[in-house]
Design a binder for this molecule. Structure first.
Ligand code: NAP
Length: 248
């Protein structure tokens, strides 16, 4: 088990991609703090995962919550060497019509929350002697999407912040990478149908476990990668193949 004896925090981990990441890390021996604002689902997941997991209420935009989560992680399991900033929301709206408070909320959770997590966790990562931070961005951090300006800005911002953190934290032995999922079957995408994936080279939704496998790989195997982007999108960001008539 690669992660035996390691302490991890995964945010937004009560369900969806975060829950799959928490499960993969526990399965490999890590002790995982599941942070979320969905207390019922978070506690149930921790119960299911057993002694290797504990749930804490962690709103990623709240500095006091971060301090408390880090303190609880250290008290129960020891210094944190893995941080996965996964918590995120999506809110639709065009440049012309998205309410300002909606734009700010998306940036606050998806970008500011990850920044706050990295800076709060840094002393613990140093006490652990180094480690790995994985920031869950999106294909919306690689290209544009109409009516998703706030989300796209937050995910490009997180990709940029990842590169800066990789440069700043290298001296502490901390690698920092971003992950860019395409459409993944979770509660976040429950209202979206299969037509969304029809033009992809792999024309289906991905599963949360397929993202979790990539995150696990980055933490345990990608030892020469930092500031790097890892894409898990069925080829969505590669481009859409237009219909081609070979006879013309
Ligand atoms: P999800 O099923 O909605 O799970 C996200 C979790 O984060 C939810 O439990 C959510 O709680 C929680 N959360 C929201 N605001 C929070 C806050 N302030 N502090 C802590 N937790 C908070 O979404 P998902 O699909 O698993 O997405 C996980 C990450 O992957 C997100 O960053 C998302 O942007 C990214 N992503 C997802 C996809 C996809 O297709 N699913 C694609 C690309 C990237 P609430 O339900 O109360 O909001």
């Amino acid at each position: 088990m690669d992660l035996r004896g390691r302490t991890a925090i995964v945010t937004g981990a009560a369900r969806g991609i975060g829950a799959a990441i928490a499960g993969a890390l526990v399965a490999d021996g890590a002790r995982v703090v599941i942070g979320d604002i969905l207390d019922g689902e978070g506690e149930e997941l921790a119960e299911r995962l057993g002694d290797g997991a504990v749930y804490v209420h962690l709103d990623v935009t709240d500095s006091a919550h971060w301090q408390a989560a880090l303190a609880e992680a250290e008290r129960l399991f020891g210094p944190v060497s893995v941080l996965v900033n996964n918590a995120g929301i999506v809110e639709f709206g065009g440049i012309a019509d998205q309410p300002a408070d909606s734009f700010r909320r998306v940036i606050d959770i998806n970008l500011y929350g990850a920044w706050l997590g990295m800076r709060t966790a840094l002393p613990s990562l140093r006490r652990a002697g180094g480690g790995c931070i994985v920031n869950i961005s999106s294909t919306a951090g690689l290209m544009g999407y109409a009516n998703l300006g706030a989300y796209t800005a937050s995910k490009w911002g997180l990709r940029g912040l990842t590169k800066t953190a990789a440069l700043e934290l290298a001296a502490d032995g901390v690698r920092v990478c971003s992950v860019h999922p395409g459409p993944i079957r979770t509660p976040m995408t429950s209202g979206m149908d299969d037509s969304l994936t029809a033009g992809q080279p792999i024309p289906r939704f991905g599963e949360p476990e397929e993202v979790a496998q990539m995150v696990h790989f980055i933490i345990t195997r990608a030892t020469y990668s930092t500031g790097s982007e890892f894409v898990v999108d069925g080829g969505a960001a590669t481009g859409i193949t237009p219909p081609v008539n070979p006879s013309t």
